[in-house]
Write a protein that binds this ligand. Structure first.
Ligand SMILES: CCCCCCCCCCCCCCCC(=O)SCCNC(=O)CCNC(=O)[C@H](O)C(C)(C)COP(=O)(O)OP(=O)(O)OC[C@H]1O[C@@H](n2cnc3c(N)ncnc32)[C@H](O)[C@@H]1OP(=O)(O)O
Length: 174
């Protein structure tokens, strides 16, 4: 896909930690999902920037899962790594964990997401990225799962474009 030398997964793996405050809550008093999504995007963006050696933009975010509510006072850790690389795109996998301030239990996973970042040049055009080198069995599994998601994203996009073109050809524009 590219002539650039590969980079191991561990070279860009990153954890972003943040304490949740009353500024982060929704109307129910728990932490707003959008606050978590911003942290996820930031951590994934840092990983994509480190892996690709320059700026990278979010192309898509999918399968954002909120598994448990996050509360004020929780210390949230957002762990991100490059799962897969294409020509100019990278899939970044993110796990969100929370340590409860009032419990002496290990951090619990409260969310997860997969994001696609595109590395861009100074004009905002896609540029090639180094291939990621999975290092562990878990990295290898994540790489293979990311390939499956990539195939499904492309197939879904193609199917929707085909349907729109067909409807347009039939004069069914809306
Ligand atoms: C040493 C330096 C360290 C730096 C350390 C920095 C640290 C810093 C930390 C803070 C980090 C904050 C992180 C915030 C990040 C934002 O908030 S970015 C703002 C939100 N995002 C945007 O504004 C992006 C807007 N979109 C675009 O600019 C263009 O659509 C894109 C994404 C560049 C794609 O352009 P395009 O012309 O469609 O190019 P195209 O060749 O078709 O696609 C490029 C690649 O993206 C893939 N792609 C495109 N669209 C999609 C999609 N919807 N779904 C999946 N894949 C897609 C393509 O399949 C292709 O993949 P490859 O086959 O090349 O691997």
């Amino acid at each position: 896909m590219t002539d650039l030398p590969g980079k191991p997964t561990s070279a860009s793996r990153t954890t972003l930690s943040h304490i949740m405050t009353t500024h982060d809550t929704n109307l129910l008093g728990t932490v707003h999902g959008g606050v978590i999504m911003k942290l996820v995007d930031d951590a994934a963006g840092a990983v994509a920037g480190r892996h690709s050696g320059g700026p990278a933009v979010t192309a898509s975010m999918d399968e954002m899962a909120f598994l448990m509510p996050v509360r004020v006072g929780d210390l949230v850790h957002v762990k991100a790594q490059v799962n897969w690389t294409g020509r100019s795109s990278m899939e970044v996998g993110v796990r969100v964990l929370a340590e409860r301030w009032n419990e002496s239990t290990p951090a619990q996973q409260v969310g997860s997401a997969y994001l696609v970042f595109a590395a861009v040049d100074a004009d905002g055009k896609p540029r090639t990225v180094p291939p990621v080198i999975p290092e562990t069995e878990r990295d290898e599994r994540r790489y293979q799962e990311a390939q499956i998601r990539r195939t499904h994203r492309l197939a879904r996009r193609r199917a929707i474009m085909d349907l729109r073109e067909k409807r347009s050809a039939e004069g069914l524009d809306d």
